[in-house]
Structures are given as C-alpha cells and as structure tokens.
Design a protein around this ligand. Structure first.
Ligand SMILES: [Zn+2]
Length: 332
C-alpha cells in the first residue's frame, strides 16, 4: 500500500485524526520498528509520553517534539526526537532503517511545506499585477539611476565614490582675523586663524551605486518566470519548488527595496545637496564642473559659463553671510 506523504503536525488532534492507527498507549519496541510516518511539534499543553521500549522498558518521557513511528503490524506510536536518536544510534540493527526513514520524512515534510507556500503565493489574485507595476517602476528608476553618473564629471564621480565609503561631511575653514597692536611700534598687526566648520553632509550617495538596483531587476525577472512556470505539486523537484517560492516571496520586499532606492536618489538630487558638490574641490576647474552639474541637474538645461560663475559666487556669498561676512577656505 502506498503510504501518504509524511507531514509535520502542530496538534495532537490533527495527528490522531489523520493517523487512525496511532495510539498513545501502544508500546514501540525497537525490535518491531518498521518506519517513520511523520513528525510533530506540539504545544506544551499537548505534550505526550514517549512510547519507545528498550531492554529497560517503556521510556515514558514527556515531550512535545518527536516522530510518529510505525511498527511491523501497522500500528503507530509517539517517540521523542531526542530519545529516538539516542536509542537508534546505539542499536546497529535499526540505525540504518531509522536514518533512512527520518531523511525521507524530513524531505517529504519540506516538500509539503514548499508546495503549500507556493500554492498560497500562486493563489494571490493581485500578484501578477503587482509584479507588473513593480517592473514598470523599476524600469523608470533604473533609467534614472544609470543616467546619473553621466551627468557628473569624472573627478566628481571619483570623489563621490570615495565619499560613499568614507566621510560624507563637507568641511570648510572659516578665516578669523584679529587685529593686534604691537606694543613697541604701535602698529596694527593682523592675526589670522582658521576654524573648521562642517557646512553640510552629502546625502543619497548610494544613488550612485546602481548594482543593487540591477539585482532587484534580476529578482523581479525571476519572479516573473516563476509566475509562468511554477507548479505547486509534490512531484516537482524540491530545488525547483524552493526556487519558485523564494522568487515569488521576493515580490513583497521588492516594494521596499525600490522605495529605498527612490529615497536615496531623491536625497542626492535635492538642490541643497547638489549645491555642496563644488566644495569637494580646491581646484577651480573641478569646482566649476561641479557647479555646472548641480545647475544642469536642477534645471535640466545647459548652463552657460556666466551662469556657472554667478552661481558659484552666490553660493560662496551665502557661506560668507552665514559666518558674519568672514572669508573661508575650501578643505576639499
Ligand atoms: Zn523516549
């Protein structure tokens, strides 16, 4: 007779309903052990006594985690996980029989759980549409993400890549001037001191790393293939079932992954953030190309040389105004 596939039971009621020959009073002697039919993990209020019998008699240990054992005569009983392992290991006649039975039961339980998970995923009516929307949203985002580096100069790209892994602070040195009167000559003397100030913190630098976004796209494609190919049946290989379940379960998290990427992209493209870029350079030429990138990304129009000069002067003016009209140095 073909045995039903092994299951894992979470309640005594379910186990005993599906196993009519399972009796909590049936002794399970090692010598008549035939097979394992299932596993259980009962809540504390439903714990059972172990029915395994060896030379010392019936085990009787109260437990919640164990196997449903079948004897040669077809009757069944509960045996505790821990104690089954202990006894069968010490008894070479049954060790092999038990190991194979446990492996088969475990595999059938895993396959059963995968099939159940897959079935419930495939039964979600909104899944195909949700997946389509995510793919569309991903496509737009990927295009924005991959066009972003092209809007930045090479030195800026390199600097931002280094800042992503390092220090996102944009520092300046504000120059303080004190006037001292020389006691002997009575002449005025200027004393300069430079005070480091954190003017800003670069945000959204992760937006320049589009590889994780590429991976999201790959996983959405996997989910789409799974949706077309998946068959929720115990006859399918366990590896395929696991692959389909993982691919379809990802759809839930894709929403969050895309949201995170959108957030960093928005953070990077904020005008206040772009306004910090030129301050990463001491070199005038690099400064100007960073100002240009900021202007063009904000307005989506080409910036003239005059506009670049005007913007940098205005931004430097804001900086001075914020520090009582004092001059400053770019730290870079
Ligand atoms: Zn026991």
């Amino acid at each position: 007779m073909l045995k039903p596939r092994a299951k894992k039971y979470r309640s005594r009621n379910e186990a005993e309903r599906e196993h009519s020959r399972l009796s909590p009073d049936n002794p399970v002697p090692l010598a008549t052990f035939a097979d394992l039919l299932g596993e259980y993990e009962f809540p504390k209020t439903e714990w059972v006594r172990c029915q395994l019998v060896d030379q010392k008699g019936m085990c009787h240990e109260l437990h919640g985690w164990g196997w449903i054992a079948q004897l040669g005569d077809g009757s069944e009983g509960y045996i505790g996980h821990r104690c089954a392992k202990k006894h069968f290991k010490d008894d070479p006649r049954f060790a092999d029989l038990f190991t194979r039975a446990a492996a088969r039961v475990t595999q059938e339980i895993n396959v059963g759980q995968l099939v159940a998970a897959l079935r419930s995923l495939l039964e979600q009516p909104q899944l195909p549409e949700a997946l389509n929307n995510l793919k569309r949203r991903w496509g737009e985002l990927y295009q924005r993400a991959t066009s972003l580096p092209g809007q930045l100069s090479d030195p800026l790209r390199r600097e931002l890549a280094a800042r992503r892994k390092g220090n996102p602070n944009v520092m300046i040195k504000v120059i303080y001037v004190e006037i001292e009167i020389d006691e002997k000559t009575k002449r005025e003397r200027k004393i300069f001191s430079r005070q480091p100030v954190r003017w800003g913190v670069l945000g959204g630098l992760q937006a320049l790393e589009s590889k994780p976004l590429g991976k999201v796209g790959q996983r959405l494609n996997d989910a789409e293939s799974a949706l077309q190919q998946a068959i929720a049946s115990e006859d399918q290989p366990q590896s395929s079932l696991a692959k389909w379940v993982a691919a379809l379960e990802y759809v839930k998290s894709a929403e969050e992954d895309l949201g995170k990427y959108e957030a960093v992209l928005v953070a990077f493209c904020r005008p206040e953030n772009l306004k910090l870029l030129w301050m990463l350079f001491r070199d005038q030429f690099d400064q100007r190309s960073a100002v240009r990138a900021a202007l063009e990304m904000t307005s989506r129009m080409r910036a003239t040389d005059a506009e670049v000069t005007a913007a940098r002067d205005a931004w430097a003016g804001e900086l001075r105004a914020a520090h009582g009209g004092r001059d400053f140095e770019i730290v870079g």
